[in-house]
Design a protein around this ligand. Sequence first.
Ligand SMILES: [Zn+2]
Length: 197
Amino acid sequence: MFNIECSMIYAQDEKVDIDEWQVMKVEAAKDPFEKRDQFTINFANYTKEEWHYPLPGARVTSPFGGERHHGGTDIKTFAGDTTRAAFPGEVILSGPYFAYGNCVILRHANGLETLYSHHSRNLVKVGQWLQPGDPVGIEGRTGRATGDHLHFETRVKGQAFDSSRIFDHESGKLIRQVFVVTKQKNGTLKFASQKVK
Ligand SMILES: [Zn+2]
């Protein structure tokens, strides 16, 4: 367990073939606060094609936060299993990054970013566009990790929040809710959820 920050890292400008629709979505997602201080994601309307649990069958070995200020959620299956893109998005970082080991960050059209680390091998390149469920990397223990697992983070503009606010890790399901992210005056983010009937 560790407290690491890679919010400073933003990737190279390397681009691969992505169609116009995707470019538009990438542009739209670049700064979710560009024109306002709040955005919402209606997860209640997401179909099963629009999201994917990052490591199916996993159990949580270390939750977010706690005394050690853990910056992500550690989830585990078996070494060699494949981690999966949570939402549609662009790869903005793929490479070794200090304690994270082999790390991948995706920027999603919905304004979120997800981070996958300790891979024995990354399977994606910067600029690639992924669909939910597409392979991201191979579960491993590179970087500062005591055993094979996935250190998974959910973020907005580099600020991590508890992934269990959007994923029920027990069932491996997305939580049906309207998720509201607000940028406060001091720059920190507030996360709220509205129940859906
Ligand atoms: Zn971790």
